[in-house]
Structure formats: structure tokens, C-alpha cells
Design a protein around this ligand. Structure first.
Ligand SMILES: *[C@@H]1O[C@H](CO)[C@@H](O)[C@H](O)[C@H]1NC(C)=O
Ligand SMILES: *[C@@H]1O[C@H](CO)[C@@H](O)[C@H](O)[C@H]1NC(C)=O
Ligand SMILES: *[C@@H]1O[C@H](CO)[C@@H](O)[C@H](O)[C@H]1NC(C)=O
Ligand SMILES: *[C@@H]1O[C@H](CO)[C@@H](O)[C@H](O)[C@H]1NC(C)=O
Ligand SMILES: *[C@@H]1O[C@H](CO)[C@@H](O)[C@H](O)[C@H]1NC(C)=O
Ligand SMILES: *[C@@H]1O[C@H](CO)[C@@H](O)[C@H](O)[C@H]1NC(C)=O
Ligand SMILES: *[C@@H]1O[C@H](CO)[C@@H](O)[C@H](O)[C@H]1NC(C)=O
Ligand SMILES: *[C@@H]1O[C@H](CO)[C@@H](O)[C@H](O)[C@H]1NC(C)=O
Ligand SMILES: *[C@@H]1O[C@H](CO)[C@@H](O)[C@H](O)[C@H]1NC(C)=O
Ligand SMILES: [Ca+2]
Length: 581
């Protein structure tokens, strides 16, 4: 193909400009038509446009930058499937700025991409950056919109595209397209990367567990162990129903605020950041908040009153909330943090760390009864209604639902989607064999995907891949290529509003590039305070299983090995006979 089209692919050296290469004819000549069996690229589908002096704002995952790029959208189909169309979006740097790099980007929630939002994070490092629509109809269409063909009938193609197929196809096509576009010699190395958080973190792991498409991946707060993770969102609601107490949000916020204040100094530095949620859990009893007064001003929200807390929905208006923290409120908070149990008291799943906000526990105010009521988590409801019950609805009643019902739902989702969404395969020998590296980050105060979920997976990989080594030897061996960093004070894929003085690792892809291309391994991960009075302050984030600790009144920082704290992150899920990776 390249020989035939040589005339179009000439001079992509230093001499070529964006205008030379950012044309439909040039892109058409660079399409990797035969790169994957079963895939046909639609050569008439190409959209090409050059953008100069594009300014992308500072985000949690990359700093601000200004650059020129060539935007290319193309479509392909799977042979043998009717009416199939998958869209890919690539942003390509100028020939001058291209640094022999390719980056795949992922989505969030039930989206397989973040629109164009993550693409600057590649182009600014001289990488071609790609996003896929998964074949769901458009870049804006979420997988749950197309998951059912009819009530009772799963759209398996969409499911498997979401699960792992679409990303593999994008990487293979995107890498060869990059080589062709920049006319790379066969013996020139193209470095391939990935960056994504939440569902995007799960998408990253879906590839690392199966392929060696990438040299390095940045995976944030992965929403993996999907059968557990989605039902986890219903745990707080089920606790409220079981204990028959629906706390005003302000009461839980007060418990949270007092927890933060009490646990902040336990890491050795009083800075508004709970860097050691493990010590918080071990040493702070939230019963101490009982009787403390709380106050939250009334807020006006969307007209129409109570609405389910769906992603993107605006909150309903709430009245002024005043009172004292109750024993019942504390009982609800304690049960949430203690994690899901079955009716025999055996542990079903892990939970959020103390210091995480109680988002899943949000209640809704009924202005007719003048009371706070159950407000079922939208993510949890969508999972059970759609993916387990196969009904075209996001509504779910929790009437009659017990702790054992949640366990049944987990088992059903785990088994049904084990090979496509669960995404906790612990043997990474394919990726590791290909020389791949992983930087895995997770906010320690994550309120949506428990930080302990990432710790559990890292531990599963260690114990499965290095079964004959001691814990320390196995950790050392794993750290050679897969590092986990718990980010002090951070929430879900961003800094938390309650701990704005905490850092966020904004330059992780740059760190990964140095590790992959220059063999500069990060002993600590750099983090930056991204807002508030401490904005710009630099932090070092410790590599798991080391834990941060200040001494000398907060002036000396160390990453320490603390077995009691490490053990506090490990949950014995004794409700299950099967291993839970
Ligand atoms: C590029 O954009 C910046 C700000 O966005 C502006 O100040 C500058 O003049 C622009 N440069 C060109 C060449 O258009
Ligand atoms: C994404 O980028 C492409 C290429 O620059 C552009 O055509 C498209 O409008 C962008 N989409 C959005 C939603 O901004
Ligand atoms: C599901 O319901 C939505 C409206 O809520 C509708 O647009 C869509 O066509 C329905 N899908 C199926 C498969 O019935
Ligand atoms: C919790 O702390 C935040 C930040 O200081 C404050 O804005 C909020 O009002 C507090 N909430 C309660 C219930 O005290
Ligand atoms: C009470 O809520 C309903 C919607 O549930 C809304 O229409 C009504 O305006 C509210 N009344 C007051 C007094 O806020
Ligand atoms: C809250 O506790 C204070 C004492 O700390 C008491 O004076 C007040 O009446 C209590 N308020 C309520 C609503 O129970
Ligand atoms: C599919 O299920 C939803 C939710 O139960 C229901 O509202 C809808 O009417 C059903 N659609 C059909 C075509 O039966
Ligand atoms: C661990 O040791 C057992 C028994 O000596 C051996 O069969 C197995 O291959 C070893 N596993 C690894 C991963 O080295
Ligand atoms: C400890 O540090 C805090 C904050 O920097 C400071 O206010 C305090 O005086 C210090 N205490 C001692 C004993 O040095
Ligand atoms: Ca602190």
C-alpha cells in the first residue's frame, strides 16, 4: 500500500508542514487498510481539518498547552455485520512536533470516550491521540443507550465493543495509521500509550489484561470488578433502607467534616489533607460526632423537585438543614464504611475509605411529607434494571431489597459479564512479556470507586504473578513494571472539593514517557495542588505499598512501610467461595 501511494507520502520529514499532510487525499493514502482481518475501513468516510494555535486548558490529567493539530475522523465496519459503523477520531501533531508516539484515550460512566477532551493530553507530547465511538452511533452515544436491542435481548456486539474490542481495534488501526501518516521507517520505534480514568481506567485494564498493544498505560481509578463495582453504588441506599434512616445530606457532611478534621493530623502534618485514610480508619471513631450541631443553607435546584441522581442531572432544591448529628446517622455512616455484608455477617465487598464523601448515600427531600427519603443511585439502578434485568429503563425500586439481594446481584453480574466487563484478570504476562509498563493512580478519598478496589487488584496481580516470592520480593518485582499510587485527599478522578490542598498527579503521562523511553523509573509520582490557597505546591506521591508520613512537625516527608496500615487495606471477602481478584 505504501509503495503504491508513495507519491502522496513523500517528504514527511522536517520539511513537511501541517498543510502538506492534513488533506483528505494524504490521509486516504495513509489509511491502514489491511491491518486487521474482518475490518473494512470506509475510505469515503474521512473528515480532515487542520487547526492551528489550539489552546487547551489545564485539566486534572494534563497541563495547559497550545499547539497545531490535524483532526481526522474515519469510519470502519466489521465484515458480516449489517449496518455497522465505528467512528475513530485522531488528533495528529504537526510533522515537526511528532515525537514517534501514539496515545489511546478512554471514557467515563457508560461512555467509551471523553469526546475530544482527552486528546490534547497526547498531542502536547508529540503523540497522535485517538478516541473511538465504539460503534454506538456517535461519539456522544453511551453504551447503555444501545445495550439492549429489545427488552430481554442484549446487543452483544455493542457489549463486547465496550468491554474490550473497540479499544484493541483503535490501537491497532491508530498505530499503523500513525506510522503511515508520518512515513516512519519499519525499524523506527513507535511508542504507544494509553490514558484514561474511571470507566476509562477499566478500559485501560481490559487491554493490559489481554494484549501488548501499548508500551505504557496511565490508568486512573478503574471502575473494574464491574459486577461488584456497579452494585456497590446501591450499598449506601440499602443500608439506609435496612436501618430505616435517611440522613439529611448535611448530617453526613458534618460527619465527613469532623472525620477530616480529626484524621488530618494523623499523617504527621495538619494541612487539610487526610493522607492516611488507613490511620483514620484505625484510630478515629465517628461516634464522636454524635450530638454535634450541623447547618446547611437552603439551596435552589431544578424546578420539578426530587430527581434521581443521574449523571448530568441537576440537583433538586433543598431546604435549610439544621440539627445535631444523630446516633442513627452515625450508624448509617459506619455501616457504609464497614462495607457490604451478607445476612450472616460475612463480608461481600470492600468500601470507601473514611474521609470519602458519602455520595451514594444522598437522600432526596419530599416537600409534602417534609422528610428526607431514599434516592436510589442512578448508576446502580441502571446496572440492575438494564444489565441484569434486561429492561429498557434506568428506574429501580429497592422495595424488599436486602443485603443478600445485593450479593445475589453481584453474583449474577459477575458471572454474566465475567469475560467482558469484570476486567480483573490478574495474570498480566502478555502485556508484561511485551515490555509494557503501568502507572495506576487512585484518589485515596474516592467516593465512587473505592481506593481499596485498586489495592485489591494490585495485590491479586502480585500474588498470582509472583506466588513463590515473599510479599516484599513480589512487590519489588511488580514495581519494576506496574506501580500503584494512592493520591492523598483526591476524590474520583480529580482532586476532592473537601480537601483542596491535596495534590493531583497532572503530569503522569510525561512521567510514564520518561520511564518507557528513558528508563527513568518514578520512585514517587509528582503531584500538584491544582486549586485553592496552596495552588502550585508540589507533592511526592508514594508508591504502594509504601505510605506517606511526615515527622518533625510536618517538615520531614517519608514513604514508609507500615504493615498494620497495609493490612487495613486488605479485605477478607469471606462471603465468597471463589477468589475475588
Ligand atoms: C495564538 O493564541 C494566543 C492565545 O490563545 C494568542 O495570544 C496568539 O496571538 C495566537 N497566535 C497566533 C499566531 O494566532
Ligand atoms: C473534535 O475535533 C474535531 C477535529 O478537530 C472537530 O471537527 C470536532 O468538531 C470536535 N468535536 C467537538 C465536540 O468539539
Ligand atoms: C429504550 O427507551 C428509549 C426511550 O427511553 C428509546 O429511545 C429507545 O428506542 C428504547 N430502546 C429499546 C431497545 O427499546
Ligand atoms: C463542611 O466543610 C466545608 C468546608 O469547610 C464547609 O463549606 C461546609 O459548610 C461544612 N459542612 C458542614 C455541614 O458543616
Ligand atoms: C414541592 O415539590 C414539587 C415537585 O415535587 C414542586 O412542584 C413544588 O413546587 C414544591 N413545592 C414547594 C413549596 O417547594
Ligand atoms: C443540639 O444540641 C444542643 C446542645 O449541644 C442543644 O442545645 C440543641 O437543642 C440540640 N438541637 C437539636 C435540634 O436537637
Ligand atoms: C421495555 O421495558 C420497559 C421497562 O420495564 C417498559 O417501560 C417498556 O414498555 C418495555 N418495552 C416494550 C416494547 O415492551
Ligand atoms: C512456584 O513454585 C512451584 C513449586 O516449586 C512451581 O511449580 C511453580 O512453577 C512456581 N511458580 C512460579 C511462577 O515460579
Ligand atoms: C508546627 O507547625 C505549625 C504549622 O507550621 C506551627 O504553627 C507550629 O508552631 C509548629 N510547632 C512547633 C512545636 O514547632
Ligand atoms: Ca494531613
Amino acid at each position: 500500500m505504501r509503495a503504491v501511494q508513495w507519491s502522496l507520502l513523500l517528504a514527511v520529514g522536517c520539511a513537511a508542514t501541517l498543510d502538506d499532510v492534513c488533506t483528505a487525499a494524504y490521509v486516504k493514502a495513509a489509511l491502514p487498510l489491511d491491518v486487521l482481518e474482518g475490518i473494512t475501513i470506509d475510505t469515503s468516510s474521512i473528515l480532515v481539518s487542520a487547526t492551528t494555535n489550539y489552546s487547551s486548558a489545564s485539566s486534572d490529567f494534563f497541563p495547559a498547552a497550545t499547539f497545531d493539530y490535524c483532526g481526522v475522523q474515519l469510519a470502519y465496519s466489521h465484515d458480516g455485520i449489517d449496518n455497522d459503523q465505528v467512528l475513530l477520531m485522531f488528533w495528529l501533531p504537526t510533522p515537526e512536533n511528532f515525537a514517534n508516539r501514539y496515545l489511546s484515550t478512554g471514557g467515563g460512566g457508560m461512555a467509551i470516550n471523553s469526546g475530544n477532551g482527552s486528546l490534547p493530553g497526547g498531542v502536547m507530547y508529540g503523540a497522535v491521540a485517538g478516541a473511538t465511538d465504539g460503534g454506538f452511533g456517535s461519539f456522544e452515544t453511551n453504551e447503555d443507550d444501545v445495550f439492549l436491542l429489545a427488552n430481554g435481548t442484549i446487543n452483544y456486539e455493542a457489549l463486547y465493543m465496550f468491554g474490550y474490542k473497540a479499544h484493541h481495534e483503535m490501537s491497532v488501526i491508530g498505530k499503523q495509521f500513525t506510522r503511515n501518516f508520518f512515513d516512519m521507517a519499519d525499524d523506527t520505534k513507535l511508542y504507544a500509550y494509553y490514558q484514561g480514568c474511571s470507566e476509562g481506567g477499566r478500559e485501560g485494564w481490559s487491554q493490559i489484561q489481554r494484549y501488548d498493544d501499548w508500551d505504557g498505560a496511565v490508568v486512573g481509578a478503574p471502575a473494574f470488578r464491574f459486577g461488584f463495582q456497579q452494585v456497590m453504588h446501591l450499598w449506601s441506599n440499602t443500608v439506609e433502607q435496612t436501618l430505616d434512616y435517611y440522613p439529611p445530606p448535611c448530617e453526613l457532611e458534618k460527619i465527613l467534616n469532623m472525620t477530616l478534621a480529626a484524621c488530618d493530623p494523623l499523617d504527621g502534618k495538619t494541612d487539610g489533607v487526610v493522607s492516611r485514610t488507613d490511620l483514620c480508619g484505625l484510630h478515629y471513631d465517628i461516634s464522636k460526632t454524635i450530638g454535634e450541631p450541623y447547618y446547611c443553607a437552603a439551596s435552589s435546584g431544578s424546578p420539578g423537585g426530587p430527581a434521581k441522581r443521574q449523571i448530568g442531572g441537576s440537583p433538586p432544591s433543598t431546604p435549610t438543614q439544621t440539627g445535631n448529628v444523630t446516633a442513627k446517622g452515625v450508624a448509617v455512616a459506619k455501616e457504609i464504611i464497614a462495607g457490604m455484608k451478607d445476612s450472616n455477617g460475612r463480608q461481600v465487598y470492600l468500601s470507601y475509605q473514611p474521609s470519602a464523601a458519602f455520595d451514594d448515600a444522598g437522600t432526596t427531600f419530599n416537600n409534602e411529607t417534609d422528610s428526607w427519603e431514599l434516592d436510589v443511585s442512578g448508576i446502580g439502578a441502571d446496572w440492575v434494571a438494564r444489565y441484569l434485568n434486561l429492561r429498557n429503563t434506568s428506574d429501580l425500586s429497592l422495595d424488599g431489597v436486602t443485603y443478600d439481594t445485593l450479593k445475589d446481584w453481584i453474583y449474577e453480574g459477575w458471572q454474566k459479564y465475567e469475560d467482558v466487563l469484570q476486567t480483573t484478570w490478574p495474570d498480566l504476562s502478555i502485556y508484561h512479556g511485551g515490555g509494557g509498563k503501568v502507572l495506576h493512580v487512585h484518589g485515596e478519598s474516592d467516593f465512587s470507586v473505592p481506593a481499596a478496589s485498586s489495592v485489591r487488584y494490585w495485590e491479586s496481580v502480585r500474588s498470582v504473578m509472583y506466588p513463590n516470592l515473599t510479599y516484599a520480593e513480589g512487590a519489588d518485582a511488580l514495581i519494576e513494571w506496574y506501580r500503584l499510587y494512592l493520591v492523598p485527599g483526591a476524590g474520583h478522578c480529580s482532586p476532592s472539593t473537601e480537601q483542596p490542598n491535596g495534590p493531583f498527579p497532572q503530569t503522569t503521562l510525561a512521567v510514564l514517557i520518561d520511564w518507557v523511553e528513558k528508563n527513568v523509573a518514578p520512585s514517587t509520582l509528582p503531584g500538584t495542588v491544582l486549586s485553592g490557597s496552596e495552588k502550585g505546591t508540589q507533592w511526592e506521591i508514594c508508591v504502594w505499598p509504601l505510605r506517606p508520613l511526615w515527622s518533625n512537625n510536618g517538615t520531614k516527608f517519608e514513604c514508609v512501610y507500615d504493615e498494620t496500615s497495609i493490612n487495613a487495606w486488605h479485605w477478607d471477602l469471606d462471603s465468597w467461595d471463589l477468589p475475588v481478584y
